[in-house]
Design a protein around this ligand. Structure first.
Ligand code: FAD
Length: 507
């Protein structure tokens, strides 16, 4: 009888896309070489090859790996990201920013936005974006990292993420992981052997007959979910009634000045288009619902809305929004697209890979695999997915567009109760409650709710504890300080040129 409490001896990662190599790099670092890590991937099958915008938590991932940020930027042709600009979402012609980091400065007992709303509803305050350094910098195409010596200045708290080439990021992490002992096997998996008693996956079998054995399998095989679905039949929860986009056509195009430090998301008649500036090109894609638009029409719209010359043939991707019923089943933990996909709208997929890795470390199994650990892992994954899902649905649902069937459907579709409750709370007194450790904070919800014209009728009554003249003066001073700070920041382009410009591609 084997000791069930011993540390497992080896982990097999199936798939070498962004998810697979993120997992391999993190395990190589965190398991200190005490557990063998093997990654199997197939060049013939390839990767999804998109996924270029991130959120600030990725800095934490890079820090855990002790990556040098400038080197990482050079290696992945990365740029900085301060915000997402949403165009045409509430109504055609609308424009708002969802920026990272906080808005305003602490004033009294209640969050800043209530003082702002009090004046805004009376027509005496500017746009939300005027009170946040990331948004003020984004609209001016400025960027700098937070200045450690800036004291209380907004320059000390610039929250940022990256746009990067996902293929280059995977390649960079592969070098990192292989350098720390991860074994890479090239080959196409055609079968898996299950243990008769345990029902666990014991090995995967390659097309050339080789078998790769493991105790824990991490399924990073993309949409197909090679182990989690095709072998273990875990099931998939389909959310397309709320998130109806199911296709994307992606195409890179030539760069144009200025180098914007933000992603742009432009709504079209049956979906939306992303624009992600990298150092060497701009990534673009049209995410749409095939129930409301034909593929050739979607491609025509995409190509008609590029800023530069297309650099490759457009590529079609199909997906179903939703999540795997259990992210972890028996001895298979799914990550990345194998565990679910909810839309690239708020750049959450790579983040979900990161949190899945962190959670796996927290619940890392011994050879016996405790079901209670697996259940808790799955409960936390589901909570995280469902809260992000609600946030994404908000973008579609809170629209006033009347120019297409798609937007009417989104406005009228029944929404999850959890989202309905959030909207109701907001519309009364502008209150937003972040539940547990859900990903998007109050200011994230606020920017989208306000940006898409949901009206909060009132504000927190305790905002009246500070008199109107003082509130007015305070808001004005925050606005002035933010604007002055944004003006002294270097341009995004200059900052990159000075710190982390990639070497121009050869040829
Ligand atoms: P994949 O890239 O599909 O990798 C799967 C791997 O499994 C490959 O290496 C493949 O060779 C291997 N494999 C599969 N089958 C076999 C087999 N039989 N044998 C051997 N190997 C096999 N995320 C963000 O965070 N930000 C974004 O802006 C963003 N935009 C996106 C836009 C679109 C349209 C889509 C579809 C996704 C986007 N994502 C984004 C998600 C992001 O691309 C993925 O989360 C990320 O790339 C991880 O992909 P993956 O590694 O799970 O899968």
């Amino acid at each position: 009888m084997q000791d069930q409490s011993r540390l497992i001896r080896n982990v097999v990662i199936v798939g070498g896309g962004t998810a697979g190599w993120m997992a391999a790099a993190a395990l190589a670092k965190l398991l200190k070489g005490r557990v063998g890590v093997t990654l199997v991937e197939s060049e013939e099958i390839g990767t999804v090859g998109v996924g270029e915008a991130t959120i600030p938590m990725i800095q934490r991932f890079n820090q855990v790996l002790e990556l040098d940020e400038d080197e990482f930027m050079r290696e992945t042709q990365a740029t900085f990201k301060l915000a997402i600009e949403f165009v045409n979402w509430g109504r055609v012609g609308d424009r708002y920013m969802h920026g990272f980091g906080r808005i305003g400065q602490q004033l009294g007992t209640v969050p800043f936005e209530h003082y702002w709303r009090k004046l805004y509803n009376a027509g005496q305050a500017g746009d939300l974006a005027d009170y946040a350094i990331t948004r003020a910098a984004a609209v001016r195409n400025r960027f700098m990292r937070p200045a450690a010596d800036a004291g209380n200045s907004p320059l000390a708290e610039i929250a940022y993420a990256f746009h990067f080439d996902a293929g280059l990021y995977a390649r960079y992490l592969r070098k990192y992981a292989e350098g720390r002992g991860v074994t890479r096997i090239e080959g196409r998996i055609v079968d898996a052997k299950l243990g008769g008693l345990s029902g666990r996956v014991e090995s995967v079998v390659l097309a050339d007959g080789r078998a790769v054995a493991g105790e824990l399998f991490i399924d990073c095989s993309g949409f197909r979910g090679l182990l989690i679905e095709q072998v273990l039949h875990t099931g998939y929860e389909d959310w397309s009634r709320w998130l109806p986009c199911d296709r994307a056509i992606a195409v890179p195009c030539a760069s144009v000045a200025p180098l914007t430090p933000y992603t742009r998301s432009t709504a079209h008649t049956a979906g939306w288009q992303w624009r992600i500036p990298l150092q060497h090109r701009i990534g673009n894609g049209h995410v749409f619902s095939s129930g409301f638009m034909a593929e050739d029409e979607a491609q025509r719209i995409l190509l008609a809305n590029l800023d530069g010359q297309p650099l490759a043939e457009p590529r079609l991707l199909r997906f179903t929004t939703g999540m795997r019923r259990q992210a972890w089943n028996r001895n298979v933990v799914s990550m990345g697209l194998a565990s679910g996909f909810m839309e690239p709208l708020e750049s959450t997929s790579i983040h979900l890979v990161q949190t899945a890795i962190a959670r796996l470390i927290e619940f890392f199994p011994s050879a016996g695999f405790e079901q209670a650990d697996i259940d808790e892992y799955n409960r936390q994954s589901r909570f995280e997915y469902e809260r992000i899902r609600d946030f994404l649905i908000l973008h579609y649902h809170a629209n006033q567009r009347d120019d297409s069937e798609f937007w009417r459907y989104c406005r009228e579709m029944p929404i999850p109760d959890t989202l309905a409750a959030k909207i109701e709370l907001y519309q009364r007194n502008g209150r937003i409650v972040r539940e547990g450790n859900e990903l998007f904070a109050e200011v994230g919800w606020l920017q989208v709710m306000h940006g898409q014209n949901l009206k909060a009728r009132g504000y927190h009554p305790l905002a009246d504890l500070i008199d109107e003249a003082e509130t007015h003066a305070y808001l004005q001073s925050v606005r002035d300080v933010i604007a002055n700070c944004a003006e002294v920041m270097p341009s995004h382009e200059d900052f990159i040129a000075q710190h982390c410009a990639a070497v121009a591609p050869q040829g």
